[in-house]
Ligand binder design. Structure first.
Ligand code: BGC
Length: 934
């Protein structure tokens, strides 16, 4: 047995879902039949739940009710080892009994130790202020292996190159095919398959592919951890002869590049973990109680002489259909010419169940048009910059070759523009076998593209011959946002496409050129905005693990995680995402475990930075500056104008301060008051040094007075008492007078820009920035045909070496502003996971309506407002077990009605206070229709 025997690291996250029920009960006071129900996050019994291996999964439920003001007062959870037991109300694994608590999310399992292979069925009922609910529908989760000893399988591979493989520069390997036959007895009760195949695997049983995941498993630093997936394969097995077939691609395991002399900008080699390898265990349980285990071992056979002759995530996939091996994953296939597998070393990383979702084909697009800019060169237009691949139907002779090349933009002559793809080949090649109606799509590559160049296609291709497969991590869309402004709507749509296209088991910088890496800085505040649109909880929890795994012994954190590039640059702004995202998971999902888990590593990083680089409370380490701020001339990537560039030492020090404040918060959360005091003392010293070095009291300007310098100082709480408004007026002055009401920040400043402007009463400027159509703006991108967000404000004119058309880093806090400000849905200060909500619409001039919703951990939150000629209407929904402080814009209370009644008479609404132009009320869960008539 060659698996790694290290003990399982403690892994505590993973959101488990539960089911849904609504149970009627009669509430005396109300004529209508009231229903209070408990439901899981999304209300479905998962067909194929992922296998997990953690001690204490976290359980959450939602409370549905058709009456207002429902608050949970207690819960009772039952977890049983069988459905029968659960149905008989027997919680043999855990009976929490009635727990008096308002907590309905992230409740940690606290029953008997969970054993490998267990299926755990659970349900919950709650008591509320308005009466009890009945039991929810049952839900379940399954346990994979809780102990490495459970693995009886061996890592196998073809631990050498195969003729045709290229190991240097633009590497190429043929896919490795593995097979094994076995016999089954009759009456199979259950069969479970556990597999990790590195870099990527596809597994088949008796000719059928198992699961609908693609590009699995999730990428990690394989020297630290390796993830496996679990499948219930009971229905795929036959009595008698059976066969398993596995194909392995490179993914991020076999390096995509070694050092390339000709690459520009020069890129480091990607990390190489060796030739693809796999581990598999199939456990078959028979009705008579006996059991059979089939494992990867030296009895398997392998070949690299199959149809996938090359695969590389930068360069594409080449498939020769003439080399197909019909029936290779069925029993009875003649594998005489196949090789004996190599028993290989296990990758050094701990073998763990994958808790974040796998990638799937989430949507299919048909090309909108096809053109022929040159004879025989066709170009498909997908109508949308997307991420994934195209599938193709084709008829022709054996040996004819179709080439597909992927691009984001076109040249003026209608051919594909490849300049910004840099050194990636992005070419899929399909060689026909000469059969009727051949169909093909790649297995081990993906591209970022709107256009596809098709050459070598026999006959004339039509749009009907192709389909775009949109891939990303399987996560639910939990947000909806629409306004009366078409620019804002299109920006939102572009962001939606960009964000999901950059989820690849890690948030990537871009999907098209020779990077596709988890750059930390790009997703700091962005992750917060993203969480309104996608349930990215488990993905970002996983990414924090990647970051921790990338940390060196000394404490350094690189700029890219998993660290496929070893970018240990010791700056503050990129690694700072580690703390910012842990805080995001806490605030948006109410989950404190990432903070607790990573707290020591965060402290270690901060100490490392202080011990090695701090000079008299100034942190001089910065590398990227305010990355990609709009430069002074259209062809530039970075500004050369010292007046536009934000001082890197200011960024390093302000971020260090911000991190200390976060650490203080994280310490207090864990009742570590001494540590909190220590962080706050350190912060005070940094603040003093910062202000004496960068702040000019005369002018109330920081350093050279860039918007970013003033803004981060203001937002991080660095500005001395009494100077806030003057610092802010410098931001306004700069923005309005020097930048003519346009954005002047790059990746750093933009993370606080929209909220910063709005909080100081200049939401009008934020709105102008959001709706500008000229350079620099998101609207300018749209004017120039963008259907995603660009890497550069001047992405249409800048040097091609850095003008990805699908980067999301310049979104900054825009999406946060859309939801929290324009729609007015945010956590009440001090609340987490939307337990208490602050609902305050930002009714800016220029917008007639906003309609938004966010399905939070507590349940669905809605906000839809509309300005009419002489009235303002606002419909909101507050989920069960939440309450909200609601800000209604009105001059007098008597102008306000709720569902037709004067607000003072409305049920479940409590007046709190008048605040500026708002009347402020407290409401409980339920639907409300407010109207303010002039
Ligand atoms: C990447 C980024 C990244 C940056 C930092 C770029 O090449 O695409 O998004 O944050 O480098 O240097």
């Amino acid at each position: 047995m060659k698996t790694n025997n290290r003990h399982h690291k403690e892994r505590t996250f993973c959101q488990v879902m539960i089911c849904f029920v609504t149970i009627p009960f009669l509430l005396q006071a109300c004529a209508q039949e009231a229903k209070i129900g408990v439901s899981n996050l999304r209300g479905e019994f998962m067909e194929n739940p992922i296998g997990i291996d953690i001690d204490s999964p976290s359980l959450s439920w939602e409370i549905d009710a058709n009456i207002r003001g429902v608050k949970q007062t207690g819960y009772h959870i039952l977890v049983a080892s069988s459905l029968e037991k659960l149905n008989a109300d027997e919680g043999d694994l855990w009976d929490s009994k009635l727990v008096r608590s308002e907590k309905s999310t992230n409740v940690s399992y606290n029953g008997k130790p969970l054993e490998s292979r267990a299926t755990c069925y659970w349900k919950v009922k709650t008591t509320t202020n308005l009466g009890p609910s009945d039991w929810s529908q049952p839900a379940r989760w399954i346990m994979a292996f809780t102990n490495n000893e459970d693995w009886k399988a061996t890592w196998i591979g073809l631990d050498r190159s195969f003729p045709g493989d290229i190991l240097k520069g633009k590497t190429r390997l043929a896919a490795r095919y593995f097979r094994k036959e076995f016999q089954n007895e009759e009456k199979i009760d259950k069969a479970m398959l556990y597999i990790s195949g590195l870099g990527l695997y596809k597994v088949h049983l008796n000719g059928e592919k198992i699961g609908d995941q693609v590009l699995s498993p999730t990428p990690t630093d394989y020297t630290k951890s390796v993830k496996y997936n679990t499948f219930d394969v009971t229905d795929f097995l036959a009595t008698g002869d059976n066969a398993i077939g596995v194909v392995l691609g490179n993914g991020r395991f076999f390096n995509m590049r070694t050092i390339e002399d000709d690459s520009f900008p020069p890129l480091p080699p990607t990390q190489n973990y060796g030739y693809p390898k796999m581990i598999l265990q199939l456990e078959i349980f028979y009705a008579d109680g006996s059991q059979q285990t089939v494992v990867s071992d030296d009895s398997w056979k392998v070949t690299a002489n199959g149809p996938i002759i090359a695969n590389n995530e930068f360069d594409g996939e080449e498939y020769d259909a003439r080399k197909e091996m019909t029936g290779w994953s069925d029993a009875g296939f003649d594998d005489y010419n196949w090789l004996k597998v190599d028993l290989t070393n296990a990758p050094r990383g701990n073998l763990e169940a994958q808790l974040n979702p796998n990638i799937k084909i989430m949507e299919t697009l048909s090309p909108q048009s096809i053109s022929e800019p040159k004879p025989g060169v066709y170009v498909l237009d997908m109508g949308q910059n997307m991420v994934g691949w195209v599938s193709m139907k084709v008829n022709g002779n054996a040996g004819e070759q179709v080439k597909l090349r992927f691009a984001e933009v076109l040249n003026d002559d209608g051919t594909v523009y490849m300049g910004n793809i840099r050194n990636a080949r992005v070419t899929d090649v399909y060689t026909l076998k000469g059969a009727e109606n051949e169909f093909w799509e790649p297995s081990f590559t993906y591209h970022g593209f709107r256009y596809v160049e098709v050459t070598g296609y026999p006959g004339v291709p039509t749009v009907k011959d192709f389909e775009g497969k949109v891939i990303y991590d399987e996560m639910e869309t939990v947000g909806h946002f629409e306004t009366s402004d078409s620019t804002i709507n299109q920006i939102y749509k572009n962001a939606y496409w960009g964000i999901r296209g950059n989820y690849r088991g890690m948030p990537t910088d871009c999907p098209q050129r020779d990077e596709k890496m988890g750059w930390l800085g790009d997703r700091a505040t962005g992750s917060h905005g993203e969480s309104f649109i996608f349930n990215n909880h488990n993905l970002y929890a996983k990414w924090l693990d990647d970051i921790e795994e990338a940390q060196t012994e000394e404490g350094s954190i690189p700029d890219v995680a998993p660290a496929y590039w070893r970018n240990y640059n010791d700056n503050m702004t990129w690694p700072g995402a580690y703390l910012i995202i842990a805080n995001m998971l806490y605030e948006q999902f109410g989950d404190d475990r990432p903070i607790i888990k990573h707290y020591d590593s965060m402290k270690k990083w901060m100490k490392y930075m202080r011990d090695n680089f701090m000079e008299e409370n100034i942190m001089p380490r910065d590398l990227y500056g305010d990355w990609c701020m709009p430069p002074e001339s259209p062809e530039m990537i970075h500004s050369a104008d010292p007046a536009r560039r934000t001082d890197g030492i200011l960024l390093g020090t302000s971020f260090y301060y911000h991190m200390l404040c976060l650490l203080e918060k994280f310490a207090l959360l864990q009742n570590k008051t001494d540590e909190a005091t220590d962080f706050s003392n350190q912060a005070a010293l940094v603040k003093e040094a910062y202000n004496s070095r960068f702040f000019n009291k005369e002018t109330a300007q920081y350093s050279n007075n860039t918007v970013t310098a003033n803004l981060v100082s203001l937002r991080f709480g660095l500005v001395p008492e009494g100077f806030g408004e003057r610092v802010f007026s410098n931001i306004v002055d700069k923005t309005m007078n020097e930048f003519n009401g346009h954005v002047s920040t790059g990746l750093v400043g933009i993370q606080w820009l929209m909220r910063g402007l709005s909080d100081h009463g200049r939401g009008d400027i934020a709105y102008k920035i959001a709706t500008n159509r000229d350079y620099p703006s998101w609207g300018y991108m749209i004017e120039n045909g963008a259907t995603t967000i660009w890497e550069l404000w001047n992405g249409n004119t800048a040097d091609p070496t850095m003008n990805s058309h699908n980067h999301v880093m310049l979104l900054g806090d825009l999406i946060v502003w859309f939801y929290e400000y324009l729609a007015g849905i945010q956590n009440l200060s001090g609340s987490i996971g939307f337990r208490d909500i602050h609902m305050q619409p930002y009714v800016v001039d220029g917008l007639d309506y906003v309609t938004a919703s966010h399905h939070s951990m507590q349940g669905l939150i809605k906000s839809a407002w509309r300005k009419n000629e002489n009235s303002f209407e606002w419909d909101i929904t507050i989920p069960g077990n939440s309450s909200a402080v609601v800000y209604i814009p009105a001059k007098e209370m008597k102008q306000i009605t709720e569902t037709g009644d004067n607000i003072s008479k409305a049920r479940g609404i409590k007046f709190l206070r008048q605040e500026k132009e708002f009347f402020v009320f407290e409401v409980g869960s339920g639907d409300y229709r407010f109207k303010v008539v002039d």
